[in-house]
Design a protein. Structure first.
Length: 492
């Protein structure tokens, strides 16, 4: 294929659709905004509805003879050094499930870093795959997990030689990355594929000063959220494939099981346009973002009570392999204010919305969409927060478990626990019972409790104290955590 990254097939097809003045008697029922509610049109603008057309028998013809989506995916694959690329309009939550299903099936084993996103656990529940959990590298001083090491995957494969492959999350939402080349080598020595959940790494292929990206590091499947660190629309995700360990037709079939039959052309257009933007000028854009982030990091470090986690904090023996400086993660331990309360104050009093929030940190994600004006407002708000901190009062202490206490034993498959007989028990009587639900501090969305794990008191104390301090738990059946859903006694 002759590659011309100035082209954007989806965007060009949308222009042609409107130029031709086609009259559609198909969904969507708003009929190019004409039937949309006037108040919605006023808020969203008609351009949104004009771009909302059917992908097949709309953007392309009934038999997709224009190959619009295929050409856009081929250009994306070329831009990031993949053999094949698949677009998803259901976020990386779908993409990672498709990747898992292409590698392992019901009751087959898959090695998975225990710092995986809740979407991975949802994939286990739906598929019946048996997880073999690989422990992250744990920074006990900062109470922070980094991606597992290659040695840990080596040990897991040795203990479970029948495992069908491995899945690792890199980079983390905090910006820590794994030694993907070493992990890929461990997998490929056994002819097993490596899946990388690189949801936070859309930007990595486009600047040499960023950590190595999964396809260049030898991964077989890579899942990327373009809406996170790229400039796609929410739910815009891609998954890439290289090598011959996973057949592309098989990966496409597995994705088709989960995908919507009504994909959003708006999201496709965002993916297509972002690829063109980065292929033509990505290094310059990333250079600007890195320069801005460096300035923010230096300025925050001058604010009393705040410390920006940097490479020295995250990388080294027993810690992360690489470091992405664009997620500016600010440790507030010196202020004595938990991240939950700091984030709420910034939103309410300064209109600034932080990303990562945990018991001691907030995160400010810098992208190529920022400029001196936006980071200037951020720094002003952070200085105001430091001045306001003494008046915010004390917050309940979050009882963070030690690494040994944090990990609970998996006594049955997540699917069996989730779909089997269950009952709700008071939190103070839940220790020792087998969880039948996920409980996930969010963000970043890494479950503290998985279906099938035997609940332990330190983890329950952590969640209860976290909830009282402002932690957000979106998924338990009882949001107040007065009760926990567990496997019924006769089912345990």
């Amino acid at each position: 294929m002759t590659v011309d990254h100035r082209r954007a097939p989806v965007l060009e097809a949308l222009v042609e659709y409107r130029r031709a003045g086609r009259l559609s008697f198909t969904p969507p029922g708003h009929k190019q905004a004409r039937g949309a509610d006037p108040a919605v049109r006023e808020v969203l603008g008609d351009a949104v509805f004009h771009g909302d057309v059917l992908a097949t028998a709309g953007l392309d013809d009934r038999l997709t003879r224009g190959r619009v989506l295929r050409r856009a995916q081929e250009l994306m694959a070329d831009a990031v050094h993949a053999d094949h690329t698949f677009f998803s309009t259901c976020g990386s939550s779908l993409s990672v499930k498709a990747a898992m299903l292409a590698v392992a099936g019901p009751h087959e084993k898959l090695l998975i870093g225990r710092d995986a996103h809740k979407s991975v656990v949802s994939g286990l529940i739906l598929s019946g795959i048996e997880p073999v959990w690989v422990e992250p590298l744990w920074d006990a001083e900062r109470h922070l997990a980094h991606p597992p090491s290659a040695a840990s995957f080596e040990e897991a494969f040795t203990a479970h030689p029948g495992a069908k492959g491995a899945l690792i999350t890199s980079p983390t939402p905090y910006g820590a990355s794994a030694d993907l080349r070493a992990v890929a080598e461990v997998c490929h020595r056994r002819s097993r594929p490596l899946i990388v959940d690189e949801a936070w790494g859309a930007h990595l292929p486009f600047h040499p000063d960023l950590p190595s990206w999964a396809m260049d590091a030898g991964a077989d499947i890579c899942v990327t959220s373009i809406h996170k660190m790229g400039s796609g629309l929410e739910q815009g995700s891609v998954f890439h494939l290289r090598g011959d360990l996973v057949p592309p037709k098989l990966l496409g079939m597995r994705a088709d099981l989960l995908s919507t039959t009504s994909p959003s052309v708006l999201i496709f257009a965002g993916l297509d346009g972002w690829r063109r933007q980065m292929a033509l000028g990505g290094q310059e854009l990333m250079s600007g973002a890195l320069s801005l982030a460096a300035g923010v990091r230096a300025a925050v470090e001058e604010i009393d009570g705040m410390h920006v986690n940097d490479r020295e904090d995250f990388c080294g023996p027993g810690r992360a392999h690489g470091f992405d400086p664009l997620p500016v993660v600010i440790d507030l331990d010196g202020l004595g204010v938990p991240g939950f309360r700091a984030a709420d104050w910034l939103r309410e009093h300064r209109g600034v919305i932080a990303h990562i929030t945990d018991h001691r940190r907030i995160g400010a994600q810098i992208t190529h969409g920022d400029d001196r004006g936006t980071v200037g407002e951020l720094l002003t708000a952070l200085k105001d927060l430091a001045r306001a901190a003494p008046g915010l009062g004390s917050a309940p202490r979050v009882e963070v478990p030690s690494p040994a206490e944090l990990r609970m034993s998996q006594v049955c498959l997540p699917r069996d626990a989730f779909f089997g007989p269950t009952e709700d028990v008071p939190l103070d009587r839940a220790a020792g019972r087998v969880a039948a639900e996920m409980i996930t501090p969010y963000p970043p969305g890494i479950p503290a409790v998985l279906p099938g794990e035997r609940l332990a008191e330190p983890v329950l104390r952590y969640l209860r104290s976290g909830l009282e301090a402002g932690m957000y738990l979106p998924d338990p059946t009882d949001p107040a955590l007065e009760t926990v859903r567990v496997v019924a006694e006769h089912g345990a």
